[in-house]
Every structure is written in C-alpha cells, then in structure tokens.
Design a protein around this ligand. Structure first.
Ligand SMILES: [Fe+2]
Ligand SMILES: [Fe+2]
Length: 290
C-alpha cells in the first residue's frame, strides 16, 4: 500500500534503510568462486575468505559447489557450512544429484540452485535472489547441452529464468558447460541483459575474462577451487591408470597443490559490469610440493 501511495504521489521508491552494502568504490562487488572440489577445496575456500574479503570487499559471494562432497555432489551439511561462512548463493551442475540427501534440501533452501534447464520434475530450482543492504542479486544456473545431460535448451530456458527473477539490480549467470562454444554464445546472447556470465565445469581457468560490447562481464571458465596437482581434481596416478589401462578405476580427490580460482566483478550501474578480474591464488600457508 505504501508503495502505491508513493507512486500516486509521483515520488521515487526509496531503497530500504539498511546498512550500506556497497563496496568502497561506491558500487557492488561480486565474487564468484569456481567448482569447489572435495574437503581440500572447502578448506581452501574457508582459508582464503578472510584474504579475499580484505582485498576485494565483496558485496556478494557466489560459489559453485557441484564437486564439494568428496569430489561429486553436495550435501546439506556442506551447503550449510558454506552459507554459514558467508556465501550468499550456491550454484551446481551435472553432479547435482550425486548425493540423494541433497534432494529435499534443494526444495527447501532458496539460496542453492541447480541448472534452470533441467526438467521441471527434477528436484530444486534454477534461480534465486539474494539481498545485501537493499541490493538484490539474481543468480541463475544453466547447463550446457553438448556432452552434458540437461532436459531442455539453455538458450530458450534462460528467458524463463530471467523472467522468474523479477526486478533486481544485478544478475550473475553460471553457465556450467563442457563446450567453450556454448559458453561464448551464451555470453553474447545475454550481453547487456545481465551483469555477468561466468562459465564453470571444466575445472581449468581460461584467459578470456573481459567485458562484452554492452557491459556484461564474461569468462569461459573460472576454473576450480581444489588441487592443481591432480587431473581436474582426481589423484593423478588414478586418472593416469584409467587412461593407460582403459579399465575402471575408483577415483579419489587429490590433495596436492590446492588453489582457489574465481573472478571479481565490479559494478557501479545496474545490470552492468565495470570490470572483471581473474583470481588465481594458492591456498594460504599450504605447500605446493609433490
Ligand atoms: Fe560439472
Ligand atoms: Fe565441476
């Protein structure tokens, strides 16, 4: 009712009077962290957060946690731990349903999203809105359709996902895909309509972070937060055994040379990025040996 009264009076709608969530640059800083792999990835994130907060003053922290439970999937306990550490929203990917105990949690916890272009019958939601100090960030998760199983097209379902968000100041899209072509195409498709399109899934960071023509921040793959000394997270001797013998091998998460990989997106206008900076840093106080 108050909103309608203000509109009738021709007044502008004021933002809620909450503590200022804006960063020192007067804008909004969004920290996005790539696929957290296993316990080593979780500890790397938690150990790095104080440094990242000091260095980048993130308004929002969004992480991809599809590999956070022993390398595959996520559990309610792990998601709770990440949210308690100050993570604002969690995205997922093709390993979303590896752990059954997450199914009900995906329905009840609004800050965790799975690809929006999965089937509607699959547990969970594909979008969420989180708020800090009156600034609303829409988070959308998508899955590529090449080499990954997603029931519907990312390129058509993104329109539904954008409509679901309603009015927000910023939108970040995690395009979880194997093929670089699909990620590049999604960047162009959404240029000027969202704040950022960030790619995940390959666990290998790409060197193409940039602003697109109409102000959307873009990177093809953010990389992973986990052990660089393995093969995209797996113990390298096990990955090599599988490749050399062509026989089934039980994979475990490597713990060699953990790094955090992410991007920091700075914004001063709604739905536009001012810059995107790649973050590649070793876990604080860890040995890189072996
Ligand atoms: Fe993935
Ligand atoms: Fe992953």
């Amino acid at each position: 009712m108050a909103e309608r009264k203000a509109a009738e009076d021709g007044q502008e709608e004021a933002l809620p009077a909450e503590p200022d969530a804006r960063a020192d640059n007067g804008g909004v800083n969004i920290l996005f962290v790539g696929d957290i792999v296993g316990g080593i990835g979780r500890r790397t994130l938690l150990d790095s957060l104080p440094i990242l907060r000091e260095r980048y003053a993130p308004t929002f922290i969004v992480v991809n946690a599809e590999n956070s439970a022993g390398g595959l999937g996520v559990t309610p306990k792990i998601a709770d731990e990440l949210l308690a550490a100050g993570v604002d929203a969690i995205t997922l990917g093709n390993h979303t349903y590896h752990r059954r105990e997450i199914y009900a949690y995906l329905e009840t916890e609004p800050r965790i999203v799975r690809p929006a272009n999965f089937l509607r019958s699959q547990p969970g939601r594909g979008t969420c809105v989180v708020e800090r100090g009156g600034v609303r960030l829409g988070v959308i998760n998508l899955s590529g359709n090449l080499y990954l199983r997603a029931g519907r097209s990312a390129f058509t379902e993104i329109e539904v996902a954008l409509a679901d968000l309603g009015s927000v100041e910023h939108i970040i899209v995690d395009m979880h895909a194997e093929a670089t072509s699909e990620k590049v195409a999604m960047g162009w498709h959404l240029d000027g309509r969202v704040t950022a399109v960030v790619g995940t899934h390959t666990h290998v960071p790409t060197a193409d972070a940039r602003l697109l023509n109409h102000g959307t921040a873009y990177i093809t793959d953010v990389g992973m937060t986990g052990p660089r000394g393995g093969v995209i997270g797996v113990k390298r001797e096990q990955a090599l055994e599988g490749l050399l013998t062509q026989m089934p091998v039980r994979f475990e998460t490597s713990d060699v040379d953990p790094w955090l990989m992410g991007v920091l997106i700075r914004c001063s206008q709604p739905l536009r990025a001012e810059s995107i900076e790649q973050i590649l840093m070793p876990r604080p106080n860890s040995s890189r040996a072996s």
